[in-house]
Ligand binder design. Structure first.
Ligand code: A3P
Length: 362
């Protein structure tokens, strides 16, 4: 009897130990699970990959583009402003395709340049084309042809990302388009180079340019005070940067003294927002690379109202441009806009004629 009681007691003690371990395990697991659950729940609005996956599964990219910013999505995507990245960081981040047997990557002078135009969507174009495995681009603006030309081609080459044979090396510096000596210098480097120019309604571009400048200088005059000579007169100040840069044909004519039209591709800044995939078809054809970047690479961030990449070259997940791209513009009086439109109209018409493209600006 004593023996039986002893056995029962031992068994009870073992079971109690098992019960305690089981209860401890249960509470530990529950605590871990619930803390993760809470984190997931509170982060729900920022959970980019989940939200984009939802979008992706539900509708086609085109449908996203038909949604206006008023249908604000739950997604808010942000990433470091690429323009502020240093050259070395931004180029190192770029993914590499597999080298062909035994090949070593080398830094090479660019075979294609995005030469402008400032505030027309040049960063968007660069980020979109960098997704392509056969294209490698410097992440920052190098400013070789306008500022650092005296450093020589070897310096310039070293600013480029390493590439394998067959890959296209690119760079974008929008001030090239409007800087007097640049066409001649580019020609000296490579007379066969391909150049991409993003253009946008010059009135919108001027406002965008002004918005950027006034964000850096808080006591800046009003847009109309700067756009017109003596502020209130109707004479457009053609020396003011935001106006001067928008007379695209003037700058293009300078380039055409050195290069044939066939070496330029004009990218519509408006199309780059409303239908980036279609614009990328043209870009890839022009660069002579296979069609890779397509509709499936984009989604519309409806909060921002701009297309973003589902996967960018330098990041593992979805990526939108930084907050300095796609800013809210100040309200400008319609009368001012009309005057500027009238000013730009003949120059735009000449641009349409020379390029053979009607960009449809008002
Ligand atoms: P705003 O900020 O005035 O809207 P750039 O890169 O040449 O400086 O051009 C900036 C402009 O690119 C922005 O001007 C914006 O309109 C345009 N843009 C085009 N595609 C964009 C995108 N996917 N995300 C953000 N801005 C984009």
């Amino acid at each position: 009897m004593q023996l039986l009681l002893n056995k029962l007691w031992t068994c009870f003690q073992n079971r109690r130990a098992i019960l305690i371990v089981a209860l401890a395990t249960f509470f530990a697991c529950y605590g871990f699970y619930s803390s993760n659950f809470c984190a997931n729940y509170s982060n729900g609005l920022d959970d980019v990959s989940k939200s984009t996956a939802d979008y992706y599964a539900g509708e086609t990219t085109e449908q996203y583009f038909s949604l206006g910013p008023e249908n604000a999505a739950r997604v808010r995507v942000s990433y470091p402003e690429p323009d502020t990245l240093s050259v070395s960081n931004s180029t190192e981040n770029i993914h590499q395709t597999e080298p062909k047997s035994g090949q070593k990557a080398k830094r090479r002078l660019p075979q294609a340049l995005i030469i402008g135009v400032k505030k027309c969507g040049t960063r968007a174009l660069l980020e979109f084309i960098r997704v392509h495995p056969d294209i490698r681009a410097a992440g920052s603006e190098i400013h070789f042809f306008d500022r650092f030309h005296d450093r020589g081609f070897e310096w310039y080459r070293l600013q480029m990302p390493p590439t394998f044979e067959g890959q296209v090396t690119m760079e974008k510096t929008p001030s090239y388009f409007v800087t007097r000596d640049v066409p001649k210098r580019v020609f000296q480097m490579n007379p066969a180079i391909k150049m991409l120019i993003v253009v946008r309604d010059p009135v919108e571009r001027a406002i965008s340019d002004y918005t950027q400048a006034s964000s850096k200088k808080l006591d800046m005059k009003n847009f109309e005070d700067l756009a017109f000579i003596n502020g209130s007169s109707k004479l457009v100040d053609t020396t003011w940067g935001p106006v001067r840069i928008g007379v695209y044909i003037r700058h293009l004519e300078r380039w055409l003294r050195h290069f044939p039209l066939s070496q330029f591709l004009f990218v519509s800044g408006e199309q780059l927002i409303t239908n980036p995939a279609a614009e990328m078809v043209r870009v890839q054809r022009f660069l002579g690379v296979k069609q890779f970047v397509s509709q499936q690479h984009f989604y519309l961030n409806t909060t921002k109202g701009f297309p973003c990449l589902l996967k960018a070259a330098a990041s593992p997940g979805p990526r939108c441009l930084g907050k300095t791209k796609g800013r809210n513009h100040p309200l400008i009086k319609m009368s001012v806009i009309q005057l500027l439109r009238e000013f730009f109209r003949p120059f735009n018409a000449r641009l349409y004629q020379v390029t053979g493209i009607n960009f449809g600006w008002p």
